[in-house]
Design a protein around this ligand. Sequence first.
Ligand code: NDP
Length: 343
Amino acid sequence: MRTPKTALRWGLIGASDIAATRMVPAMRRLGHDVTALCSSSRMRATAWAGAHGVPHSTTSVEALLARDDIDAVYISTTNELHLPHTLAAAAAGKHVLCEKPLALSLADAWSMVEACRLAGVVLAVNHHLPGAATHRRIRELVAAGAVGRPLAARVFHAVALPERLRGWRLRDPGAGGGVVMDITCHDASVTNALFGTPVEATALAVRQGPWEAAAEDAAMSVIRYADGVLVQTHDAFTVAHAGTGLEVHGTDGSITAADVMTQNPVGTVRLRDATGSREIAVHGRRDLYEEVLEAFGHAVHGRGEPTASGPQGVHALAVALAVQEAARTGRTAPVELHPATAL
Ligand code: NDP
């Protein structure tokens, strides 16, 4: 494995929307090189690489991974492909930034963590929210006791799915479609970081959008954390005008954060307690994907942890899978945090 001294040189696996709209621009703003792209389609590989100024393209994952001018891969294929692409990257000694959800099952996700550990490469998951300045500030407030003992949280993450994304997310459960795998895992990346150990979930999920969906496009869940904190989530592809948000309620105060479950470094944080209600200053706002990439770069250089490590990505997936299971069965489902067998 090559250890780069400066910015990373990236290979992209997946000619995706998120790579085009968020990640490649963020890589370039940070001075990283985007060296090569792999797509399963020759036409898409050539067109996408041409449109986004990527010098090399291929339809062979092996050929991409064999390049010695790539330090790390960013995997943004559909969710069922995260497993084989991560295992191949680890075997080739490339660091991995993988999209969420990390995999479709916990066994697969843990095997990815283990493969990267054994290969000595960094594995991170592209959960962009925990690194946001607003969320870091909320965690600081909670850790400093601003709300007293945390009791409950509410996550408002119901949005309108943009037309250009109304493909596999709605139509293909085999690709990890559905709002729970898409959005609830992001919620969990935030609430796990705030409250620690998720224990169990109960949920209902429906199809309510103006489209033919093969997977749920709206879900509400309640997740219980180890010390009795209850977290309520509303995730949807069907709500255009709600705005997003996070509330944290404790024995001594309540935090209300508006517009903080988004892809942009926006949103406000307010604290209400016995002394009244006030806006909390949030410093250090920056592009959320730059934040992920910078933390990943530091981790590759042995200087800190990614925004969401492999195990943290598995734990976020574990909550999403418990929510899915609870919605499917109508029963409370345990959140499985540990590998089923010793790896
Ligand atoms: P896209 O649908 O844009 O791309 C996913 C795959 O679909 C691509 O790898 C590509 O395959 C294939 N594809 C793309 N365009 C076409 C087309 N016109 N016809 C046929 N196939 C096509 O996915 P997203 O960018 O929405 O999501 C990719 C991943 O990123 C998912 O895991 C998702 O969960 C995650 N994501 C994460 C976000 C975050 O904030 N962290 C936000 C959005 C998505 P090929 O590579 O073989 O060409």
